[in-house]
Design a protein around this ligand. Structure first.
Ligand code: SF4
Length: 903
């Protein structure tokens, strides 16, 4: 263990680990109190990825280590059971189906949340021993287009650069990436660098004006799905302005002439192009001129590029511009694909995708034979397996009859999500390994396996810049939980595989994996970049103390290598980088009369994926607590919709309900909705039920950024909310959203049936039959009813004056602000002033802070607005006065917006 300090008298340890969430891969210093399970989190100063910074999600990790929501015992058919029984059930179930229907009738669906060691044995079991390649990872949904784009251009999936390049560039272009919210620490690094170097230009290319635009010199607000036209236009401009690096291209690349011809054909006329992109012609020329003139250019791209039916082509259109200029593999230059998850990159390296084999090898005869010999594998898979969307289609069709889902929640995250749910409902054997008991996916499991959570896991992860870091267990395994690698190995042995799965520690697995990366991959006969064979014989102690390092790690590069391809070195058949002719294509499903709006989906600042962990931290539920739909004011007017009303979004595939936010961030007729809400947290908030299941033909990555939809307002008979110290059963209502707050739970409600006897109904929601029962429990009821306006409010206090619950209903959505009410649950007793204000609908003068903007210090919008009116001119002055924005900095763009609005 990398224990930095150990105070045994206090039972306190300080350990170094990595963040559980995004692909930035920040290092964490955690102070663990073993007596109380309290974990204090700080950014690790000497981790190269974050240099001490953390975002709101990383900072709140200590609030997610509680035990209430954890899956702590194995379950078979919803009954807690022993590991023996659960493991036998899985092994026998898989064996039976394989015997009857062959190896392709079973599948694993895994995750970028798995550690590399977990991934390695899962991949080995499926591809080498079961004999199918039906193992795919949820990384399919975030960056598989980049994988294929890299392979088409470079011959292998190698990220050419590193984070330092952002701090050496003179032009930073961020494409399809809300870096400020989705990779906040990298954004903070870019921001600080730009502030110190004002001549550095930042360009944001995004169909939505996001918080990332806060640091942009130029935002190209392009039409959804038009990126290839834009980058073909850039390639054409580079040629026109004689900026092609002829030496580099001649020596190291193929395909330029064809690519230039196609670029001119699709994007040769700038006026037509600007119109097609929906951007101002001068802005377009400015971007092209900046790129043409700036040698030190880095282009970061993310889900906005990848999640498309032409995602792979979009990636290659970006790579083309860097290859054609030779701006790759040198300090401050290069294309840079940001991965979504903490170990998405590790999964790519291991072979967690169904269209890769292992250690950057593919399903080609030499590699299949090589891996077979290394693993001594009895049943090598011979070809690509089913990829995420196809995999769940095959489950739906009954072709795949057993699936083992590890550390992911596909019933929420996959497109056409209701079909995924139906598929699992009829699947013969659904096994789910998770650390959370109740997710949309564990609800459908025949076998639930309690896997170790982030705070109890130990192994390695690789971040977006190829940097391998150790993730270290902060706490011992709780209850009957086990590491994923142990669970997989035990199932393998019980399936009858007597060798290959006898590792005693995660370090044993890592060493085997490191050896495979260098197997027949010698300096004389270099077959692939990914080589960490220098670690194949490390000791347990060296593994425990391993410091973050970029691969490769081999004889030639014992300390890693920051960049690739400055001098060629591609792994294509002729060793040349491929500049590809890319024909632009619009999203697969165009809008039509029935579904005339475009739906774009994405992420919000304080939540991660399907919220199974971030929603456990009350401070992360404050900023945005309900699913929402963002719409341009012009569209809202056309559909007669008002700010904050509930709306239903529907498509050919499904429907959802969210609260309307009117904003000109997206263009008219384009909606945006977050991907996070699940059925476990909201009755109707799953946006992926609406999202079309079309995929990129090369990467099979779904088109999550474009679905034709329609929208209409929801007319409820009543609207309401409950705040309760106790857990709540959901009332019968059309709209229910749950959010965990500080010492309370919150439910937002709406229903289109009349609410009879509202006071009694609200008491029933809180678990009480009548006032007599309250009195028996020494509880006091405060109530307010106005039958004329049909407004009803109650509050319940205990005998010490401590607030237990508040519930309110009304026929309109004009209900009191929840923030102040929620804050009353942190008090041991309410004073008279607060008690009187409870049901009034207004916070006492001076106490209404409004919606929370800064999650780290719980600073509200109204407090910030007041400070701005009082003289604070910028975010720094707000920070000095209120602390808002001074921890992770993720809320600074929003603070600036509030200042602008109120000054
Ligand atoms: S940017 Fe935030 S979520 Fe991403 S790794 Fe760092 S702390 Fe974690």
């Amino acid at each position: 263990m990398d224990i930095i300090a150990n105070d045994s008298s206090q039972n306190i340890e300080t350990k170094h680990t990595t963040c559980a969430y995004c692909g930035v891969g920040c290092g964490i210093e955690a102070q663990v109190n073993h007596a109380t399970r309290e974990v204090k989190i700080e950014g690790l100063i000497n981790h190269p990825a974050n240099q001490g910074r953390l975002c709101s999600k990383g900072s709140a990790l200590g609030h997610t280590v509680g035990l209430n929501e954890r899956l702590l015992e194995p379950h078979v058919n919803h009954q807690a059971t022993s590991w023996d029984h659960a493991l036998d059930t899985v092994a026998q179930g898989f064996n039976k189906i394989i015997k009857e229907h062959g190896p392709d009738a079973v599948a694993f669906y895994v995750s970028g949340q798995l550690l590399t060691e977990d991934y390695y044995v899962a991949n080995k079991l499926m591809k080498g021993f079961i004999g199918s390649a039906n193992i795919d990872t949820n990384s399919r949904l975030c960056m598989s287009s980049s994988v294929v784009g890299h392979k088409r251009a470079f011959g292998l999936d190698t990220v050419p650069g590193c984070y330092d390049d952002f701090e050496k560039a003179e032009l930073i272009t961020l494409v399809g990436s809300n870096t400020a919210w989705c990779h906040p620490v990298l954004f903070q690094r870019i921001k600080a660098y730009k502030e110190a170097n004002p001549n550095v230009k930042v360009v944001v290319i995004d169909p939505r004006r996001t918080q990332t635009c806060d640091i942009a010199d130029l935002h190209l607000h392009l039409n959804l799905g038009t990126d290839v036209w834009l980058f073909n236009g850039l390639l054409h401009s580079l040629n026109q302005q004689n900026k092609i690096n002829q030496d580099y291209v001649q020596q190291y690349c193929d395909g330029l002439d064809e690519a230039l011809a196609q670029a001119e054909k699709s994007s040769g006329n700038l006026s037509t192009l600007a119109e097609q992109l929906g951007v101002n012609l001068d802005d377009l020329k400015l971007f092209y001129n900046w790129f043409c003139e700036t040698e030190k250019s880095v282009t970061l791209y993310s889900q906005g590029v990848n999640q498309s039916t032409s995602g792979t082509d979009k990636v290659n259109s970006i790579l083309n511009c860097h290859l054609a200029t030779g701006r790759i593999g040198k300090a401050g230059m290069g294309p840079f694909s940001m991965t979504g998850q903490p170990n998405a990159m590790g999964g790519r390296e291991v072979g967690g995708l169904a269209n890769t084999l292992a250690c950057h090898m593919d399903f080609v005869p030499d590699s299949i034979d090589r891996v077979k010999r290394f693993w001594d594998a009895p049943n090598m898979a011979q070809e690509n397996g089913l990829m995420a969307v196809d995999l769940f289609d095959a489950i739906d069709a009954g072709k795949v009859k057993a699936v083992w889902i590890m550390a992911t929640n596909p019933v929420v995250s996959l497109p056409n999500a209701d079909k995924v749910k139906r598929a699992l409902e009829k699947c013969e054997l659904v096994v789910v390994s998770d650390n959370i008991a109740d997710t949309d996916t564990t609800r459908l499991a025949h076998v639930k396996l309690p896997a170790a959570p982030w705070s109890e896991k130990d192994g390695t992860v690789t971040n977006s810049e190829r940097r391998i870091s150790r993730q270290r267990a902060l706490l011992p395994l709780t209850g009957n939980t086990k590491p994923d690698w142990w669970i997989i190995n035990e199932v393998a042995k019980r399936m009858g595989f007597t060798h290959g799965f006898n590792h005693e520690t995660q370090a044993d697995i890592f060493k085997e994996y490191a050896a495979l990366s260098g197997f027949e991959n010698t300096p004389e006969h270099r077959l692939r970049d990914f080589d960490i064979s220098a670690l194949a014989n490390i000791s347990q102690e060296e593994y425990d103390h391993f410091q973050p390092t970029q691969w490769p790690l081999n004889q030639a590069h014992p300390n890693g290598k920051a960049r690739f391809f400055a001098d060629g070195g591609f792994f294509t058949a002729n060793g040349k980088g491929k500049i590809l002719a890319i024909e632009p294509k619009l999203p697969k499903n165009p809008i039509n009369d029935a579904f005339p709006l475009q739906l774009n989906t994405g992420r919000i600042r304080d939540q991660w994926h399907t919220m199974t962990r971030t929603a456990l931290a009350p401070q992360l539920n404050q900023h945005i607590s309900e699913p929402f739909v963002e719409m341009h004011p012009q569209t809202a007017r056309a559909y007669d919709l008002k700010e904050h009303q509930l709306v239903q979004v529907s498509s050919l595939w499904g429907s959802m309900m969210g609260r309307l936010i009117i904003s000109d961030a997206s263009k008219p007729n384009t909606l945006f909705a977050p991907m996070h809400w699940s059925a476990a947290l909201s009755k109707t908030g799953r946006i992926n039920t609406v999202v079309n299941p079309e995929v990129d033909p090369f990467s099979k990555q779904p088109e999550s950024k474009h679905t034709p939809v329609n929208v209409k307002g929801y007319a409820g008979n009543w609207y309401g909310f409950i705040l309760s110290r106790a857990d709540l059963t959901w009332p019968d209502a059309d709209y229910v959203v749950h959010a965990k707050g500080e010492q309370h739970n919150r439910l937002e409600l709406a229903h289109n049936e009349p609410l009879h006897h509202p006071i009694q109904a609200m008491l029933a929601w809180l678990g009480y039959n009548d006032e007599t029962q309250l009195a028996e429990n020494q509880l006091e009821l405060l109530s307010y009813e106005d039958t004329a306006s049909e407004t009803y409010r109650i509050a319940i206090m205990d005998q010490h004056g401590k607030l237990q619950a508040v519930a309110m209903v009304a026929p309109t959505q004009a209900l009191p602000e929840r923030t102040w009410l929620a804050m009353q649950f942190s008090k041991d007793a309410l004073d008279d002033r607060s008690r009187q204000a409870l049901l009034s609908g207004f916070a006492p003068a001076g106490e209404d802070i409004g919606r929370i903007v800064c999650a780290c210090f719980s600073v509200g919008e109204k407090t910030i607005a007041k400070a701005a009116k009082g003289g604070c001119k910028n975010a720094a002055e707000i920070g000095a006065q209120l602390k808002a924005g001074t921890n992770c900095g993720s809320c600074v763009p929003e603070i600036k917006g509030i200042i602008a609005q109120h000054r």
